[in-house]
Design a protein around this ligand. Structure first.
Ligand code: V47
Ligand code: SF4
Length: 389
């Protein structure tokens, strides 16, 4: 590994790229300007080799996945993000769906005998689904299955809930945490740069509001993820600006677990005229994120959006986490044009996907505690043994 990075440094003639490679080798932070240089000048083999070096320094071959299921309480939303293919405006709410607390609890109960560790709950912003509603949901989930980790609500949903309830972020977060909310997913971040955010997601919480909500959660001892919606109308500078704000907050709190780049899909939304990014650009983005975000422990490829084969390929471009079995129907990507129309993968399929590219599959829980190392698991033998027992 060291030999290959030395070769890369010695064979790179561009001085600015050579300096970046040297910094990566020395485990030094790159600057914002260097991040932009990587986007402008870094070839896929160059940034990929650096990202893989960092990935292997941090995690070796270990590739994490988890066993989770999604609940989408509603696709009715008061906001009107231009890239969203999924939501139905509140004014047309009869075209959307709304799940009752009992219906959501039934989904939780349908996993009673399955070794799931996490439920991921994210949806549109429905005015009727307020603090009381979600406090009751959290309490009922925890009463039913206390060990299930509840990762729920984007900062967009939380901002709306807290404002409606006239609660400070801290008070609102404390109440949900006490009711059973364990951590926050990374959605709603989109692109922080105001000039772009105003064009694609004008009416929802802004960058400072998103960051404040995550900072408050971190200060209460909760962890969270961060996303970035890329490959639409943003520029390289906007990507670096986004990651810079995340890197700065992470320096303060160390509360982020993982960074999840989300590739913009253009099917059936108001931005369908924007071409989707190429796979090469996707892999460059993952690689540069791994290089720039030196204080994020994990980089995740969300396979329902990227597709399984591209997610598999990303494991050579800095990614060390491939999300979950998503043993359920999550609609946000299939409606936006992802090739994954029924995003569910069995543990065996996920493990196989990881092993095919010679990485080590490890099941984790939400907080990256190891649940099971699958490197030596032979599913055929396990199936026979379970039939015999
Ligand atoms: O915030 C919406 C994105 C996000 C489109 O934390 C789109 O573990 C691409 O945040 N093309 C919600 N993306 C999903 C999310 C998430 C997913 C998986 C894991 C985690 C985690 C978080 O979906 C939204 C938005 O950025 N999105 N529409 C679209 N057309
Ligand atoms: Fe609503 Fe989220 Fe869709 Fe925006 S991305 S319209 S906040 S569901």
């Amino acid at each position: 590994m060291k030999a290959s990075i030395d070769t890369l440094i010695n064979t790179t003639s561009d001085l600015s790229l050579k300096t970046i490679a040297q910094k990566v080798k020395n485990n030094e932070r790159i600057t914002d300007a260097e991040g932009i240089t990587l986007f402008e000048k870094g070839s896929l083999p160059f940034v990929g080799a650096l990202a893989n070096f960092i990935r292997e320094r941090l995690h070796g071959d270990t590739t994490y996945f988890n066993r989770n299921f999604h609940i989408e309480p509603t696709n009715v939303c008061v906001f009107s993000c231009k890239f969203c293919s999924y939501s139905k405006l509140y004014a047309h709410k009869e075209e959307g769906w709304e799940l009752s607390i009992d219906q959501m609890l039934d989904i939780v109960k349908s996993y009673d005998n399955k070794p799931i560790t996490e439920v991921h709950i994210v949806g549109g912003v429905h005015p009727k689904m307020n603090m009381e509603y979600f406090i009751e949901l959290m309490q009922k989930i925890k009463a039913h299955r206390p060990s299930l980790h509840v990762k729920a609500f984007t900062a967009v949903e939380l901002d709306y809930m807290f404002r409606k309830a006239k609660l400070s972020i801290e008070e609102g977060m404390k109440q949900l945490h006490a009711a059973g909310l364990d951590s926050l997913p990374g959605g709603g971040a989109e692109i922080f740069a105001p000039a772009i955010r105003e064009q694609i997601a004008a009416d929802k919480v802004n960058a400072d509001g998103w960051l404040k909500i995550h900072e408050t959660a971190h200060n209460l001892g909760m962890h969270s993820n961060a996303t970035m919606l890329y490959g639409h109308i943003e520029k390289y500078e906007d990507r670096i600006d986004h990651m810079k704000r995340l890197r700065e907050l992470q320096d303060k709190t160390h509360g982020f677990n993982t960074f999840i780049p989300l590739k913009f899909r253009n099917h059936d939304n108001e931005m369908s005229y924007v071409a989707e990014s190429t796979i090469t650009e996707d892999m460059r983005l993952y690689s540069i994120a791994r290089i720039y975000l030196d204080n994020f422990p994990h980089l995740k490829a969300y396979w329902p959006m990227l597709g399984r084969e591209n997610a598999q390929m990303s494991l050579s471009f800095g990614v060390n986490d491939i999300d979950g079995t998503i043993d359920d129907s999550t609609k946000i990507y299939s409606m936006a044009g992802s090739e994954e129309q029924t995003p569910a993968m069995s543990t065996e399929e996920l493990v196989t996907l990881i092993k095919q590219v010679k990485r080590r599959p490890v099941e984790r829980d939400t907080l990256y505690n190891i649940v099971k190392d699958y490197s030596n698991v032979d599913f055929a033998t396990e199936a026979v043994e379970s039939l015999q027992n």
